[in-house]
Design a binder for this molecule. Sequence first.
Ligand code: B4P
Length: 197
Amino acid sequence: MHNIIVFGPPGSGKGTQSQNIVDKYALSHFSSGDMLRSEIAKGSSCGKKVERLMAGGNLVPDDIVLKMALKYAVNRKAGNGVVFDGFPRTLLQAELLDKHLARKKLDIALVLAINITEEEIYERIMGRSSHSGRPDDTPEIIEHRIQVYLDITYPVIEYYKQQNKLAWVSGMAPVDTVFGRICSVIETCFPALAGNG
Ligand code: B4P
């Protein structure tokens, strides 16, 4: 079971690279951002609650994200493992994810932290803004999302560093190059996956 977290600032390519990892290594994909956006699209009561928060670039409260994430984990059929994309984003989310996995005798095996510069974050998200339809893809909200990342999400790095699970990957290159870097880390950690793809 290869449970991997893909971590990084907004626009660092978490969603892009998580999909590549899932396709190559036949893992399941859990994106908290996609999950929340689909609740908004469904018009559920939960979606209505989170819509304004996300549009403003704020984190959704832990209780909502955890309820949905752990429900996903419970309902998911057994497989080779899960790529957690953009989750956890707070220390509480990380601790409760660990507890939940431990109850099932599972754990997080690797945390891939993608690093990009602030200029690149703006460039990529503004590039996406013309077609993403996302209200949080504006310069003002990007600035706020970066601040939220630095204040609340970045400290989660220390939690995984202490567990010796952290690997930094530079995201400052084209998608395929970054993915090549990610594959080298994954295949060093899990040699059994080296034959895939
Ligand atoms: P997310 O959906 O996770 O979105 P993101 O951080 O903006 O994007 P990501 O890093 O996945 O970037 P992408 O691959 O798309 O979160 C959105 C919001 O949801 C949060 O602000 C928060 O409100 C809420 N939320 C989500 N999870 C939560 C949680 N656990 N707790 C609380 N709240 C939560 O890439 C961006 C762009 O760059 C794309 O256009 C892509 O094509 C391009 N790109 C990617 N890699 C590239 C490369 N190497 N070179 C050039 N372009 C590249």
